[in-house]
Ligand binder design. Structure first.
Ligand SMILES: [Ca+2]
Ligand SMILES: [Ca+2]
Length: 233
């Protein structure tokens, strides 16, 4: 009897050990986060035909061109990375469209607002990415939290253009109607998809795959910067 209960105890101990080995290590929960050393870095993932040094990016609602990013880095009081930290970020986008090209929007936002949650990786970082449509300049404001602590709160501006020239969430014939006059004139900031300062066949090649694919933003669109009255035909 004693031998059996010892065997049971050993089995129970092995089971507990196995479970504790399998359970995820909650490093984030044990991390003594230092909000003053933690950081938020805005940026872009460039995937368009403009020169790298260009300040404007070309984005497509389908997300297959350049993206706006925000990377949050969480570190502890010794400046070591905190992996496994749950980070929540309140984003607020606003901006000014070029009036001739109307609305601006960011996919996944409602009127430019969205709250996103992510978990930091082994480097203590988590990156959020955004795409959208329309032509103009976008302001991204954010406040990032972890465990009720404010990690950082700031803003950045990005100037964008898109094959979704009308800024209604989809690329279709109405965008072509906006594109053609600029192609015929040989100029137009919003249709200059390779940032060459002219609009020609090279920009047509940039535009067509998005038109042919009827690229669109998943979900409904609520632009945060609607065009001024009378600016859209
Ligand atoms: Ca459109
Ligand atoms: Ca061009």
């Amino acid at each position: 009897m004693h031998r059996i209960s010892t065997a049971f105890s050993l089995l129970a101990l092995l089971a507990v050990t196995a479970v504790s080995l399998l359970a995820p290590v909650s490093a984030g929960a044990n991390c003594n986060v230092d909000p003053t050393l933690s950081y938020c870095v805005p940026g872009v993932i460039r995937n368009d035909a403009c020169p790298t040094a260009n300040t404007e990016i070309v984005w497509c609602p389908a997300g297959d061109m350049s993206l706006i990013t925000l990377t949050i880095g969480v570190v502890d009081v010794n400046n070591n990375p905190c992996p496994g930290c749950v980070v929540q970020v309140d984003f607020r986008f606003s901006g000014s469209p070029r009036t001739a090209n109307c609305n601006l929007y960011v996919c996944g936002t409602v009127g430019g607002m969205v709250t996103l949650t992510g978990v930091t990786n082994a480097l203590g970082e988590v990156t959020f990415t955004f795409t959208g449509g329309g032509c103009g300049c976008v302001n991204m404001d954010w406040t990032a939290f972890t465990s009720g602590l404010v990690l950082c709160s700031s803003s950045a501006q990005f100037c964008v253009k898109s094959p979704d020239l009308t800024g209604d969430g989809t690329i279709n014939f109405s965008d072509t109607f906006k594109f053609l006059p600029m192609l015929n004139a040989g100029q137009g900031y919003c249709a200059d998809f390779n940032c060459s300062n002219t609009v020609n066949f090279q920009d047509v090649f940039q535009y067509l795959p998005h038109l042919n694919g009827a690229h669109s933003c998943p979900g409904s669109i609520l632009p945060f910067a609607p065009c001024p009255p009378g600016a859209c035909p």
